[in-house]
Design a binder for this molecule. Sequence first.
Ligand code: 2U9
Length: 288
Amino acid sequence: MRSYVDAKIEERRVAIEVGAEEAASAKDRVDLSLPGVVRPLGSRHLIRQVFQEIEDIFFSIGFSVVDGPEIETPYYNFEALNIPEFHPVRDDMDTFYLELPKGAPGLLLRTHTSPMQIRTMEKQKPPVRVIVPGRVYRRDNPDATHSFAFHQVEGLAVDTDITFCDFTGTIEYFVKQFFGPSVKTRFRPSYFPFTEPSVEFDVSCVFCGGNGTTSSGTCGKCKGAGWIELFGAGMVDPAVYGFVGYDPKKVTGFAFGIGIDRLAMLKYGIDDIQAFFQNDVRFLKQFP
Ligand code: 2U9
């Protein structure tokens, strides 16, 4: 009788052990028919995407990209660009100066990416064909169209035989690649210390096709003008070549600057520049 009971106990023990093992392995078993876990993926910031788009267009016509420091010296940000101390343009580019120990050489946050064109010419003989994308700083009060930090792409081409026609042709090529072939351009005389002659480039309004009106009345984007101001540009002022050791009698060139935040706002219909800096996922998600 005892051996009978022992056998029954052993039988039960084994059954329990095997059952537990089976239950355990069933628990660990992977159900291959279940849908996978979808992990949220980030994407490039819209400003970064626009930089890339512009870089690709200029790559295709022989430009290369350079970038450099956001903290600069007054020499590279102003003097070498033909903006001497007390030039009124310095007031327009309200500048952030770094707080430094007394006697230390002055430093500032660059107000444009132009210092890099100076640094490039210092290092390299003509021909030069570069674009400089980057973040710049000006003491502006923040509102829907102003920010104390914003983004630019500047460009520079210098060689022994560059003409005003090369300049306008390059800008027109870029604008048509960026906005499409039907966009028209025009330029108006302007003034910058680092270019002579200087111009401002307008593009026909991409919202009303340049008509100034839409089906709902006056176009709100160009305020009925049919044109939108996009670029500052011009032929490089010969005085600038003196600062980088180029011979102003032998070389000519053109330069331009585009505000990227404004360009992106135009192209993607964004009405508040602050959206670029708030990193609100609901905004970022719209530009995958
Ligand atoms: C060198 C020589 C010339 C770059 C230029 C502008 C005109 C210009 C503005 C566009 C909108 C700044 O972002 S913005 O507010 N830029 O109007 N920039 S010519 O000229 C240079 C640069 C470097 C050596």
